[in-house]
Design a protein around this ligand. Structure first.
Ligand code: HEM
Length: 136
């Protein structure tokens, strides 16, 4: 079980590296005016999203393995799963934004993306407290 949990944490941390960095690129992209810079940011967004998506899958698979394989239960896990479901929606919305930026169809400004960038921080904080403290 500890090996599964170790890899669960490794995949979760790697997933969050992408979820913290990708919206930051969106902030810069929303402010960018130079064609060369815009082309570089599009490349970075596409590569990062394609890299982090399978890692997100591995974080979820190892989580489900812990849940079903080792009989974890409790209100904390249900609350955690609700937050994880929101995180998965956030992840795929980032994918939609990558496509929108790639087609020069972005309609949001950099201020929106600065707030958007903070959402994973709030979710990570809540999930880590739930899974370690197990308050309910
Ligand atoms: C399908 C999704 C997921 C499921 C079913 C799941 C389930 C679990 C379970 C059963 C454990 C073991 C808890 C224990 O040992 O007390 C665990 C550990 C952990 N999970 Fe998840 N998890 C999922 C996704 C996530 C995500 C998205 C995050 C981060 C936001 C996360 C963060 C953690 C952390 C940090 C631990 C280690 C806690 C510790 O060592 O005490 N998990 N997870």
């Amino acid at each position: 079980m500890l090996w599964v949990k170790a890899f669960h944490i490794i995949f979760v941390v790697s997933w969050f590296a992408g979820l913290f960095y990708l919206p930051r690129i969106f902030v810069n992209h929303a402010m960018a005016t130079e064609p060369a810079e815009i082309a570089r940011l599009k490349l970075m967004e596409g590569k990062l999203y394609r890299f982090v998506t399978p890692i997100a899958g591995l974080a979820l698979i190892t989580g489900l393995w812990l849940w079903f394989g080792f009989g974890f239960a409790g209100g904390w896990l249900h609350a955690k799963l609700a937050l994880v479901a929101f995180l998965v929606v956030y992840h795929f919305y980032c994918g939609k934004l990558v496509t929108r930026f790639a087609h020069d169809e972005n309609v949001r400004n950099h201020v929106f993306y600065r707030f958007f960038n903070e959402i994973p921080v709030l979710i990570l904080t809540a999930v880590v407290i739930l899974v370690t403290v197990k308050p309910f």
